[in-house]
Write a protein that binds this ligand. Structure first.
Ligand code: ADE
Length: 241
């Protein structure tokens, strides 16, 4: 997979050199390019923003530098997907991460200030597939941190990235439930015992206990996920109704 990032703060993305992402880049599983939006300006001051039409606080990112950047980075064969991280987008979930992980070229367009001129995502949609995605119901200073979170969630789903693929299948949000609690040695630590079932060696009991824990935890802290899981479940056969 190729990932391109357009930003006025390329230095934010230095962390992509470390940990799993660093290894994935070295091994060639992921190829990352970071581009400074100011390189696509044409004036002496390298201006990327201007005052909003209609008035109001803050500055808006100008359309033309974005268009020039997208023109040079988006692939002509229509295989690119441009992601605009924005608090006004649809919420980014594990499902979005899985969907994006199946693409061959992602371009993250990191806005700042009060956002990007609204014609830019429209223009991007004329040359690529576009997603406007929010990390959640809170406001960050720009798209950089949101892009980083999305890139990590997407990249670890690419086959070969995470050592043991089973660990992906069992974790929170895969399968619509939160993860069960995990324990490691010692079995007794500061007067706290590991649940007896986990020491039993009985795999059927362990699976049942873990499933119960997942349901109880999800019901307690994220009942909304149980509602979604019910909606997503296949219809029971007619004879059962
Ligand atoms: N940019 C600013 N806030 C954001 C958010 N919540 N999600 C994605 N991008 C953002």
């Amino acid at each position: 997979m190729r990932i391109d990032i357009i930003t006025i703060f390329p230095e934010y993305f230095g962390v992509l050199d470390v940990s799993l992402m660093g290894k994935a880049r070295q091994s060639g599983l992921i190829d990352v390019g970071v581009h400074d939006l100011r390189e696509f300006t044409t004036d002496r001051h390298r201006t990327v923003d201007d005052t909003p039409y209609g008035g109001g606080a803050g500055m808006v990112m100008k359309a033309e530098p974005w268009a020039l950047a997208l023109d040079s980075i988006v692939r002509a064969d229509g295989t690119s997907t441009v992601v605009f991280p924005t608090p006004s987008g649809t919420v980014f979930t594990q499902r979005s991460a899985r969907e994006l992980s199946e693409h061959t070229h992602l371009v993250f367009a990191c806005g700042r200030y009060e956002g990007i001129d609204a014609r830019v995502p429209e223009y991007a949609a004329s040359i690529a597939s576009v997603r406007e995605l929010s990390l959640g119901d809170y406001v960050l200073n720009g798209g950089e941190v949101a892009s980083m979170a999305m890139i990590e969630a997407v990249a670890r789903l690419i086959p070969g990235m995470v050592g043991n693929p089973d660990s992906l299948a069992e974790e929170s949000h895969e399968g619509g439930l939160l993860e069960y609690p995990n324990f490691t040695k010692p079995a007794l630590w500061r007067d706290r015992e590991v649940p007896e079932v986990l020491l039993s060696g009985n795999h059927a009991r362990i699976s049942g206990w873990r499933r119960d824990q997942q349901i109880a935890r999800t019901a307690a802290v994220r009942p909304d996920l149980l509602a979604t899981e019910a909606e997503d479940a296949p219809e029971p056969p007619k004879a059962d109704r």
